[in-house]
Write a protein of this length. Structure first.
Lengths: 304, 404
């Protein structure tokens, strides 16, 4: 029996054609890119500020709403929103950090968690009050409408763009933090702020901007989600728990861990949707439980 | 003459006094429970509380000496949360009637509790036809629509126009499964075939994987046996994946007006759907809708809201006739005995199994060019007469029916 025949038999046993399987894997990768982008922001914030940012889902939602507002009231389309929405939401992040978070660094993690969780509830509740829960329409930019027939599946151009763009953003962020001088300052400031300050570096400002950057990443993911998921106040809370699981599996604060697990879990979830769709929203937590049993610090985490 | 008037006035006072004494703790308390924060908020939510309040006002309860109070609660689409709320309401807050309750899994749980406590349950938001089938109780009336009526309306219309092979994308809980079951039966009965189905967790965000499986099935029609944000996302993403351009068509088996509004006509145009009520059907509906929207952030009423209005109106009539709200079974029996008549649903009846009977309507979503206003969304394709709109009494398997 040739290898090819064996392969065919294998697929037959699984009850799925190879085409369908490739299609599902690609879909998983697309969803994974959202997980990666969101968990990246969380990992940056936790790694640098030691804050468990529960507002992340709400900030993702704010990004999508910002895109909607820019189009509705300023006539600025998707491409502008990709730049402006993260900046605007990032600024709100800076304000939150200055007003609240900066007082919490010395306290237990729990305080930051409670504060950000409360903020998330307030933001989501406010939006729900004014915009309802059905969601607002936002369409795919004209340049990315349509799709490619890949033979095994029809790939909408927009989804292809999402994978490529988010991969680029993730890798750039990883590079900046792990491989540049700026990143070295940041990491040093987390380890020993007093010493870094002694070198003449404004540590508090750096921390503020880092939080703003993490929040901007969430908003960026929100803008990218706006054309494919409906722009609704609860869009973030549906996703945030999964994203937290991703961060925990990857190892809290590990940048590369967040990226790799984000994409990886997207793939696993994609496969579950084919073989046992009913379990597709639990599979990530099963993986999390197993990983925590074997490696309590996460796959890429450094044990303290 | 003067004496006669005085006598009538005295009689009225005495009658209302006597009546008031019969109401449990002197107050008729209406509990509106639904999703106030999640995916079904816009189609039920605070709007249903508002609709109940409008019904009480229009009924003129205060002038008739009936003291009516309305309370609202959020069940978060969770059967355990809903059960707890209803138990507290009935045991400590003296609530007499539970209204609305979308999300069939919650409604089925509440159904049991209300029967045990002998109160009244008026379902507007939930869809599972089991509520008047095997799970029917002498305390429950299913008012606005159900999965059988939706399947019968939309399913039949589509099979008759050539959509004879189906694949279902189903929300994996009581409602989705009931809707899939009822629609599949209609498809098969009318000569169609079901090629397969996929069940997604509720709620879900990304449907691309499920849509891809539906695409691979090569079925002519993809039936969406889900609701609210799930349906919106399914339709939105189907358009992205070129499902309709690829020659398959979508059947939204439960689509509310708020969903169409959220999708926008550009994406939703041409969608065929079944509803029990639409605001732009006649003057009474339009007047109600305008008054409702003015107090509801400009959001127009869905059929669920209209159903709450109609159900509460009929409940108050029955309680007024009985002069008592104490015995839930007796109130429901009275509601079944009296013909229904209100400004939104017109004349109708309540059947022995608890099914409220009225016509259903098959609508098509307008093209953007046909729409004259932000809420001008549907055009009527067909009216399904009352005697054909719901499952025949004999086929439901309701134990109440076999007894008589």
């Amino acid at each position: 029996m040739s290898a090819r025949e064996q392969e065919l038999i294998l697929f037959e046993l699984l009850g799925i054609t190879p085409q369908a399987l490739f299609g599902q894997l690609l879909i998983g990768l697309i969803n994974g890119s959202f997980y990666a982008l969101l968990s990246l922001g969380l990992a940056v914030i936790f790694g640098m500020l030691n804050i468990i940012n529960f507002t992340h889902g709400a900030q993702y939602m704010l990004g999508a709403f910002a895109a909607f507002f820019l189009l509705e009231y300023a006539g600025l389309g998707y491409w502008w929103a990709l730049i402006f929405a993260p900046v605007l939401v990032g600024i709100t992040g800076v304000i939150i950090e200055r007003l609240f978070l900066q007082w919490l660094y010395k306290l237990d993690h729990l305080y930051g968690l409670l504060l950000t969780f409360g903020l998330a509830l307030i933001i989501e509740g406010t939006f729900r009050n004014f915009f309802g829960s059905s969601g607002l329409p936002y369409s795919v930019p004209s340049q990315l409408q349509g799709g490619q027939n890949l033979g095994f599946m029809f790939l909408p151009n927009y989804r292809g763009w999402v994978v490529v763009f988010s991969l680029a953003v993730c890798l750039t962020t990883w590079f900046v933090i792990e491989r540049t001088r700026l990143g070295a300052y940041l990491r040093a400031a987390t380890e020993n702020p007093t010493l870094v300050r002694a070198f003449g570096i404004n540590v508090p400002r750096m921390i503020t901007l880092t939080y703003g950057f993490g929040v901007a990443l969430a908003a960026l993911a929100g803008v990218m989600a706006a054309p494919i998921y409906s722009v609704s106040p609860q869009m973030g809370s549906n996703l945030i728990i999964v994203v937290f699981a991703v961060v925990v599996i990857g190892g809290m604060g590990s940048i590369m861990g967040a990226i790799v697990t984000g994409f990886g879990l997207g793939l696993i979830e994609g496969l579950t949707k084919v073989f046992f769709p009913e379990a597709s929203n639990t599979v990530i937590f099963i993986v999390m439980a197993i990983v925590l049993l074997i490696r309590p610090a996460g796959l890429f985490g450094r044990t303290a | 003459m003067k004496n006669l008037l005085r006598l009538i006035a005295l009689a009225a006072v005495l009658a209302s006094g006597a009546a008031r004494a019969q109401y449990t703790d002197g107050i008729i308390k209406i509990g509106v429970m639904n999703d106030m924060s999640g995916t079904y908020k816009d189609l039920s939510g605070q709007g249903s509380v508002l609709a109940a309040r409008m019904a009480v006002e229009d009924f003129g309860a205060a002038a008739k000496g009936m003291k009516v109070e309305i309370v609202g609660a959020d069940h978060q689409n969770k059967p355990d949360v809903g059960s707890n709320v209803v138990r507290t309401w009935i045991d400590t807050d003296k609530v007499d009637v539970i209204v609305d309750v979308p999300t069939s899994s919650v409604a089925l749980a509440v159904n049991e509790i209300v029967r045990d406590k002998n109160k009244v349950f008026l379902v507007s938001g939930a869809a599972a036809s089991d509520l008047t089938g095997p799970q029917c109780t002498p305390n429950t009336i299913h008012w606005t629509y159900d999965t059988w009526a939706l399947a019968n309306g939309t399913g039949k219309a589509i099979v008759k126009t050539g959509g004879d092979t189906w694949f279902f994308i189903t929300a994996n809980y009581a409602f989705g499964l009931a809707l899939e079951r009822d629609t599949a039966a209609v498809v098969v009965k009318n000569g169609g075939k079901v090629l397969g189905q996929v069940r997604h967790p509720f709620p879900a965000t990304d449907f691309s994987s499920f849509l891809l499986q539906a695409q691979a099935s090569k079925a002519k029609v993809i039936g969406l046996a889900n609701a609210g944000a799930d349906t919106i996302n399914s339709i939105k993403q189907a358009s992205e994946f070129g499902i309709v351009q690829g020659g398959q068509s979508l059947a939204g088996l439960l689509v509310f007006i708020t969903d169409v509004k959220s999708l926008g006509l550009q994406i939703a145009q041409g969608l065929v759907l079944t509803e029990a009520w639409y605001w732009d059907q006649n003057d009474a509906n339009r007047e109600f809708a305008k008054k409702f929207a003015a107090q509801n952030n400009g959001i127009y009423p869905s059929m669920v809201h209209a159903g709450v209005y109609s159900a509460v109106t009929h409940y108050l009539k029955a309680v007024e006739a009985l002069k008592s709200d104490a015995d839930g079974k007796a109130v429901v029996a009275k509601m079944k005995e009296m013909p229904t008549n209100d400004k939104l649903f017109g004349q109708g009846t309540v059947r022995a199994d608890g099914r409220k009977i009225h016509p259903m309507y098959l609508f098509e979503v307008k093209k953007p060019s046909e729409s004259k206003g932000p809420w001008d969304l549907y055009k009527l394709r067909a009216t399904i007469p009352a005697d054909e709109a719901f499952r025949p009494l004999s086929e439901g398997g309701c134990p109440l029916v076999n007894k008589s």
